[in-house]
Ligand binder design. Sequence first.
Ligand code: MCN
Length: 798
Amino acid sequence: DTNEATESATEPDGDGSGGTFGSAIKRGEDVPLLTGDGEYTDDISLRGMTHLAICRSDHAHARIESIDTSDAAAMDGVIAVYTGEDVVESGVPNTIPTAWDLPGLVQPQYRMLATDKVRYEGTGIAAVIAETPHAAHDALERITVEYEPLEHVTDPVEAVERDVPPVHDEAADNVAFDFELGEVDATDEAFADADRVASVDLRQPRIIPNAMEPRAALADWENATGKLRLWMTSQNPHLHRMLLSAGTLGLPENKIQVIAPEVGGGFGSKIYHYPDEAVTAWCSMQLGRPVKWQATRSESYLTDCHGRDHVTTGEIALDDDGTIRGVRVETHAGLGAQLSQFGTATPSYLYTTVLSGQYTIPAIHCRVIGAFTNTTPVDAYRGAGRAEGIYVIERLVDVGARELGIDPAELRRRNLVPPDEFPYESAAALVYDSGEYERAMDLALDHIDYDELRERQRELRDEDRYIGIGIGNFVESAGLSPSGLAGDLGAQAGGWESSIVRFDSTGSVTVLAGTADQGQGHRTTYAQIAAEELGLSVDDVDVVEGDTDRIPQGMGTYGSRSASVGGGSIARGAREVREKARRIAAHQLETSVDDLEFEDGEFRVTGAPDRSLHIQTIAHEAYLGHDLPEGMDPGLEETNFYDPENFTYPFGTHVAVVEVDPETGEIEIERYIAVDDCGEIINPMIVEGQVHGGIAQGIGAALYEGAVYDDNGHLQTRRMDEYAVPHSTQLPEFKTDNTVTPSPHNPIGVKGVGESATIAATPTMVSAVVDALEPFGVDHLDMPLTPESVWRATEGDQ
Ligand code: MCN
């Protein structure tokens, strides 16, 4: 039931296309990655390189009384020890800026190294530079910091409601923002008029992203040219260049080169501009020597931005016939101790705007209180905001179905946005581009013979066996554009993407893309897009990403935007290249452009097929420049900027079948079906891989994961054996399927897929377990659904 992988690039098959778009071509990038030839940041060494280790606070909240670095500085191999005061004295701007403003946002100072207070365990206080990593880490032990401990708070509700010393003096009540979306009066009215109201109180725990490669940076400051080269684990080198330049280091962008070599996973955590990479760069600028920093695994757990951390009350208003009349939500969102770049956008716009899910809901109102807490900063983790929002609406639909005694699939069906309503403007302010929600839902339910399985569920209950069927319908806003809209809402960066499509004189093509892969397979899928447009084989196309000096502009990889925005840009650029080649062909074949057909890379004169020129021959001619149309410049390449007119809206339905053992609380996942619609599919095998990974992370969040802070504000889950991610043996075989509803506004009809399954899997799993527990009167259970919490629920103790 999976897509067959072909051994190598498929041959072009005509119609102006290489026929490679849509093929399950094996990922070209995998051979070096799997054989150890991939070059990651820590694999790079430079002459005279030094090593950085960062001294971090072991208090959650404390005033720094003194820092004594003299013993550390005197150790063998130690070159320098710097504190936050040294950074201040150096005169650099020294801010870690947010990238998304909100009305009334409190933006406290965020510096590279703390000088006055530490606000979460892991706050950077001092930097040790040594000849070896070991010497640098050993020296950390010799730094003496005296603290005056302060009361701390880790819970976003307590932060706002309890009388605690504020995390930042600027926000006395710990409220960074108080955000509202939707019509409060219309929603109140809908609730007053509706036949029934159901509600749910829920928590979405903090998730730690767990990329396989911990963050790393290598900075090389060149005194002679005043230029900084920075290799780093980045999902968006151009964004890092922008954020580092003016706000942090005081350098113009053309004096910074950011290079992201191979990056071993990100899941959002490598989008952000953290203090650590900036400190690495600053230390190199001080010493005039290369400086490398490689986070340890525990350091990553402690300092990589976490995800989620929501405490929510949701209500749904319904009529007896199952019509949803309104939704009302209030959420406390934990932001951590500092504002990460998109830590403001994630729980506000990205979260609230998907609260309509796949349904026609006339009235929606949501309030989000963004709270500072003494914890690691929180930002976008795979599914960012959309995952949290879809979780809320799907839980609400389930409790609503229970309240009305209507089957949960049926209640969903009655409220789906019908296909002829697109483009559909939801009450949560999004305009969904296209969708066939019922088709995808039916396909998913057919895979499990839904009605029969419901029957079996009833029979098994008589035998004290408890199976549950969970349904997760999702729609996702992917792509984060257009730029003008993002700007109106507070973004400090654009939503466009840029690429260069370049033929060389031998007829090979290089695609230079502003996105940056961390495992998604861009080198393969981008080659497929360009090859398709140019009538070539993917073997003719090289894809380059992740170097701001080679690729002048870009925005990066997040928000499942690379295929639609990056890929859209490449397709547009390739089409422009093709049109220039057509004009050269027409000129040399002495015909008009309208008389040329393009097939298999060949321009043929209509009706005279022996008169033809291949696009690769034209590339050679374009660089010779001997015989071009009058006024045409030589060369065959195009730079494209693409700013889409809307997000794309992937959607689908996931279904899980579980059996719960009430004696032990153990959950057995019997079936897992994922039907995803990401528009036109560039590479079905890569899409399936994305869905598999996404489901694993969604199931992880539902059943196992969650950061735990103890009473002292210490992170208890700081190692792999303390933070449970699912093993492959704990996951069932996934059955994946697709429907294809093209995005009408995207040049290649694609929608994103990178986050879809993470968004869908979490509510699907919770829905399944709660469904199994219906005979025990359980309406909702908070994640993670550990055996203990499930067992307690069966005992009536929730
Ligand atoms: N694709 C396709 N056809 C489509 C849509 C996508 O073939 N209709 C392909 C794309 O060409 C790309 C891949 O699927 O190779 C994912 O595309 P897209 O949905 O555009 O997502 P991005 O490439 O922008 O990746 C970002 C997304 C996010 S936001 C997170 S988080 C995430 C994810 O991707 N983190 C990942 N998937 C990940 N996969 C790996 N291996 N590692 C991560 O850190």
